[in-house]
Write a protein that binds this ligand. Structure first.
Ligand SMILES: *Cc1c(COP(=O)(O)O)cnc(C)c1O
Length: 223
């Protein structure tokens, strides 16, 4: 089997205190997750509802599952009973649905707002202006079953580290803006989720609190 243990510790050793690792296990089998679990890793991220459901059912119940992919509103009900955090909220519609399904499950679900900063048109997420509008409109303040814990973004998939750094710094500056304006008194709003296998060193430089790393721990994905 792939040396999950060794790679996991390499990644963990490179993270400063206060930065959390979400081990992105999509497309990897349960035994890989179990290998990381045996080393104490408890936070895992998945991006497909069915795959997450199967893994949640068959793996230890103290795993904290984060949904990191694009989530269709009609899938929220399947993950609401157990998911800890939904990382990529990109519309008020989705936020409403999460609130509704969380209430049905008697839970509070943590969410991040996903920013679209990358130049690629394929990436999901709210533009900075759309995110400002969503927060300014204030409907989220009435939602008792979701807790907005911060922002998430993916940098462009490019080789140019300066561009990646610029995009992450934009996210960092935007975080400071909305933290001051809407969440100053809210200690739960504290997460900046950026950084993947290829770019997480830059993410650490730009104030990431939560890195989402798959390949560097589990090896290449077989689709
Ligand atoms: C797959 C994925 C990751 C992890 O990517 P790696 O390059 O394997 O580290 C991080 N974030 C999101 C949103 C993903 O879909």
């Amino acid at each position: 089997m792939y040396d999950v243990k060794g790679h996991l510790h390499e990644v963990l050793d490179s993270l400063p205190q206060g930065v959390r690792l979400v081990a992105i296990s999509k497309y990897h089998p349960n035994e890989y997750i179990e290998a990381a679990y045996a080393e104490g890793q408890r936070v895992f991220g998945e991006s497909h509802e069915q795959e997450l459901r199967q893994k949640h059912e068959s793996l230890p119940k103290d795993i904290e599952w984060h949904f990191i992919g694009h989530l269709q509103t009609n899938k929220v009900k399947y993950i609401a009973p157990y998911v800890t955090m939904i990382q990529a909220v990109d519309s008020i519609r989705l936020l409403r649905e999460i609130n509704k399904q969380a209430e049905r499950s008697g839970r509070v679900i943590k969410v991040l707002l996903e920013l679209h900063i990358a130049e690629e048109s394929t990436k999901y997420g709210l533009t900075l202006d759309a995110c400002r509008e969503l927060l300014e409109a204030g409907e989220w303040r009435q939602m008792q079953y979701v807790r907005i814990c911060g922002l998430m973004m993916m940098a462009s998939f490019v080789d140019d580290p300066d561009q990646i750094r610029r995009e992450m710094q934009t996210a960092r500056d935007f975080y400071d803006e909305v933290k001051a304006k809407y969440f100053d008194e809210d200690d739960a709003f504290c997460e900046r989720s950026w950084g993947m296998s290829e770019d997480y060193p830059i993410a650490l430089d730009t104030g990431s609190t939560m890195v989402r790393i798959g390949t560097a721990i589990f090896g290449p994905r077989v689709y």
